[in-house]
Design a protein around this ligand. Structure first.
Ligand SMILES: [Fe+2]
Length: 610
């Protein structure tokens, strides 16, 4: 039978945030992060689960895939595979699967590797709404100069052990041209040590995260802490001198890192003032450098359109300044700007640069997971512990009922449609609350999210109403830019206003998320406020829920009052309330054993060597 579609699989392989993206005829069919399946945040290692997820969803096998493009920032993937199978921290089960996979050390020209920043660049411009423009990629650490084999990537006369830190490109149609690269000087140590000492913007920001939170990947928390700090009470952490980035070495001034010992609470540390001031300084310096880079890019190219990717593009405060102050007409930010988005970039590198196809797809939404059936949704949950009511019709009634209960102060888990790809819940896997209540932030933190009190919650608002409440007319569909809340609205929606008067806004168009849009309109009809608190449907330290069962588990385990699964409203009953302490212990033990379940393989019957 002749093949109907062309398929390309992009994979972010082996290190943190493993993910896969399947293109069908140049459009994203499915994409998923491994953490959503294994329930381990930022899951790394082998990529069988994510590949299986995409293939199953499309109803194909690996033989049907025309091209596989992979990346890992650490090393070229095949080189990494030679080492990974013998060393590293893989589970024995996963190591066994890796060795058996036709994608392990593949002897096929249908499998290839692309370098890291190139993959980030493709995940931005290739799916942006612009025909031409420029791309800015800034992250923690990318490929070694010596591992970048693609032509024209400005690696001439660069130390082969230097690594990518910032990359700037111009694009027109499907063509991408590198303009400038900023390299990290080689430094001693294993990769993890190196990263702590690297002299780049993203690496420095991450160093601050390690210092304050004992975790290199808490940069969002650093950004949230920054407004609590005092301005300029530290010396500069980053400067630009004639376009060259300078990162002064740390010295004895930095002598209060967080040392978790399981006894002292982070919030009670005497170093808090020091950490707040440090967070302010690194955020300020990063904004100044990013803004200068963006202005340089506009001035040297005359471009009107800017695309952003790389982990630093998750900094919504810096993004907000770039949007307002860099002088571009339009800015588009890849919602999976971190390394999860590498899978998208790999796939589009295959589509545009390898297969030489034209661009034809714009990523208007980040909902790239599978759609669960109403049957699947109705099967989950324990009838002894919860009550259900299913609303018939077009969703109007479930929105009306939810809006009413939200306006009474209840906290909702909201599960609809396809899951979001990337770190933000954008209205399909969300926890929702009433923003008019000042206490809602504390309720969410204490009963549901179990996270530090300083972290702000984000608002979701209909696109048409956003400019009335927040300053700036630009759209923010992926919650990736901070805006000032208009003074007359600050008192009306206190739960989403950060200490500096900003909010990380998500705007929604009805054509992109009809159910969420209608809920917001219903809430406005009842309260006069077209805004809800929207935070990701998870508990601190866990990934966003993927399946209806994940959603039910989170609902049962936390203080969420109601759960909406498609058209069904789920409530906790009297027996649940009696058994709540025991249920908590039960679900904690389940979470610990979850990783032991076997993985069902959908590998090819035989990979064709061509
Ligand atoms: Fe990256």
């Amino acid at each position: 039978m002749p093949k109907i579609h062309t398929y390309i699989l992009g994979i972010n392989a082996y290190d943190h945030d493993v993910s896969a993206c399947l293109l069908r005829d140049g459009a994203i069919a499915y994409a998923i992060e491994k953490e959503r399946i294994t329930r381990q945040k930022h899951a790394g290692g082998f990529f069988q689960e994510v590949v299986d997820y995409c293939l199953k969803a499309e109803g194909i096998i690996l033989d049907d895939v025309d091209l596989v493009v992979r990346n890992c920032y650490v090393l070229p993937v095949e080189e990494l595979e030679l080492r990974m199978i013998y060393q590293g921290d893989m589970l024995p089960r996963e190591r066994e699967q890796t060795a058996k996979s036709p994608l392990y050390l593949p002897k096929s020209n249908k499998v290839m590797t692309v370098s890291h920043h190139l993959a980030h660049a493709y995940c931005a411009f290739a799916v942006s709404p612009f025909e031409e423009g420029v791309v800015m990629v800034v992250d923690g650490v990318g490929s070694y100069a010596s591992d970048i084999k693609e032509l024209g990537q400005l690696t001439e006369a660069v130390n082969p052990l230097a690594r990518e830190s910032e990359s700037y490109y111009r694009f027109k149609g499907s063509e991408l041209e590198p303009l400038k690269k900023v390299w990290l000087r080689p430094c001693r140590g294993l990769l993890s040590d190196e990263f702590f000492n690297m002299d780049g913007l993203g690496a420095l920001y991450s160093r601050v995260s390690s210092y304050i939170f004992a975790d290199w990947n808490k940069c969002g928390e650093v950004m949230g802490l920054a407004p609590y700090g005092r301005s300029n009470s530290f010396r500069k952490l980053l400067t630009l001198e004639n376009g060259e980035l300078c990162v002064p070495a740390w010295d004895a001034e930095f002598n209060q890192p967080w040392m978790p010992d399981g006894l002292k609470k982070w919030e009670a540390s005497p170093a808090m003032r020091h950490w707040e001031d440090l967070a302010w300084q690194v955020q300020h310096d990063a904004e100044e450098v990013l803004l200068a880079r963006a202005r340089w890019l506009r001035e040297t190219t005359g471009a009107k359109n800017l695309c952003l990717a790389g982990g630093v593009a998750l900094n919504c405060v810096a993004n907000g300044r770039i949007v307002r102050e860099a002088g571009f007409d339009n800015v588009w930010i890849q919602p999976a700007a971190g390394d999860n988005g590498i899978a998208i970039g790999c796939a589009y590198y295959g589509h545009l640069a390898v297969q030489k196809k034209a661009r034809s797809f714009v990523m208007k939404q980040a909902t790239l997971g599978i759609e669960y059936s109403d049957d699947a949704v109705r099967r989950v949950g324990n009838p002894l512990l919860v009550t259900r009511k299913t609303f018939n019709g077009n969703g109007e009634n479930i929105c009306r009922e939810t809006a009413k209960l939200l306006s009474e102060g209840n906290v909702f888990g909201w599960f609809q449609g396809r899951s979001e790809f990337g770190p933000r819940a954008l209205g399909n896997r969300s926890i929702l609350g009433d923003p008019r209540r000042p206490e809602m932030k504390d309720i969410l933190n204490k009963r549901v999210k179990f996270r530090q009190a300083f972290r702000p919650f984000a608002p979701i608002v209909p696109y048409e109403r956003a400019k009335d409440i927040f300053i700036g007319e630009d759209e923010s569909p992926f919650m990736l830019r901070a805006k000032m809340v208009r003074p007359e609205w600050k008192e009306r929606i206190p739960a989403i206003v950060h200490v500096d008067g900003t909010a990380r806004v998500q705007t929604v168009r009805r054509e992109h998320n009809e159910r969420m849009y209608d809920l917001l309109i219903e809430f406005e009809r009842l309260t006069g406020v077209p805004v809800l608190v929207n935070t990701s449907f998870n508990i601190k330290g866990e990934p966003i829920v993927e399946t209806p069962q994940d959603a039910m588990n989170c609902f049962i385990y936390t203080g969420i009052d109601y759960l909406v699964l498609h058209d069904t409203l789920v409530a906790k009953n009297a027996l649940y309330k009696l058994l709540a302490p025991f249920i908590k212990v039960y679900y904690e033990s389940r979470a610990q054993t979850r990783d032991e379940k076997p993985i069902e393989a959908v590998w090819a019957r035989g990979w064709t060597v061509v």
